[in-house]
Ligand binder design. Structure first.
Ligand SMILES: C[S@@+](CC[C@H](N)C(=O)[O-])C[C@H]1O[C@@H](n2cnc3c(N)ncnc32)[C@H](O)[C@@H]1O
Length: 226
């Protein structure tokens, strides 16, 4: 089985268990909170910082064209889109089951102007320089072909546009690194190689005109301007 099929299968299963996934992503429920604390080292205060840094790149009252890839179940991002009146939003994910959960959430939130597309980040169905902002929360540590994913994001982002989000970085927390290697990677939830904080800063700085990278434990937040 190739790396992308393994990732696809893993997230199809997560789509079936969307409730547990959403609990972990939102620091709710006993199991979700325990998983965040034990494996990711995030208590409630650190979790709030993680959230803030993951979405720090979206300007208040943003009203341009936004691409989110991967959207997953949309548990973190879709509530934010309610406040972006006038933005035209496209959400892409490889897994139709994750997308199904996101679509249900969008309906519950009464979100309009959000288009969901099943697809691969390495071949996005958009013309060059389509987007003013591209958001990628916890995606790049999952994508097997990170170089092609970065190239596609760059291609569809306008000059002066923002690329922002969050990603796992190795080397910040030994317990997290072990969990990633022995569980997440083995089951197809993550794909190596992983950036460190320093290599991420270097990689982005070599490509983007302006780059800010922060971190909370093993999660780096990034805001880049093309
Ligand atoms: C950890 S989830 C993150 C989802 C969401 N951003 C969040 O924070 O909840 C990773 C997502 O990446 C998607 N994915 C994996 N490989 C992909 C690819 N090549 N193209 C698009 N999406 C992909 C998976 O289906 C999964 O929904």
């Amino acid at each position: 089985m190739n790396a992308l099929s393994k990732v696809f299968d893993a997230y199809q299963q997560v789509g079936d268990l969307a409730k547990f996934y959403d609990d972990m992503m939102t620091n709710s429920g006993v199991l979700g909170r325990l998983a965040l604390k034990f494996f990711w080292g995030l208590d409630s205060t650190a979790y709030e910082k993680f959230l803030t840094q993951a979405f720090a790149g979206i300007p208040k009252n943003f009203s341009g064209r936004l691409l989110e890839v991967p959207v997953g179940t949309g548990v973190l991002s879709l509530p934010i889109y309610r406040k972006l009146d006038g933005a035209e939003i496209f959400c892409v994910d490889l897994s139709d089951k994750m997308l199904d959960a996101a679509k249900i959430r969008a309906t519950q939130l009464n979100l309009r102007d959000v288009t969901f597309i099943q697809g691969d980040v390495t071949s996005l169905p958009f013309a060059d320089e389509t987007f003013d902002l591209i958001l990628s929360v916890n995606g790049f540590h999952v994508f097997p072909d990170k170089i092609s994913a970065h190239a596609e994001v760059w291609r569809v982002l306008k000059r002066g546009g923002i690329f922002c989000g969050s990603v796992y970085v190795a080397g910040q927390n030994r317990c997290t690194d072990l969990f990633v290697e022995k569980f997440c990677q083995r089951h197809g939830f993550f794909s190596p190689p992983y950036e460190t904080l320093a290599s991420l800063k270097k990689f982005l700085s070599e490509r983007y005109a302006r780059v800010e990278v922060t971190n909370v434990k093993s999660f780096a937040g990034f805001v880049c301007v093309k």
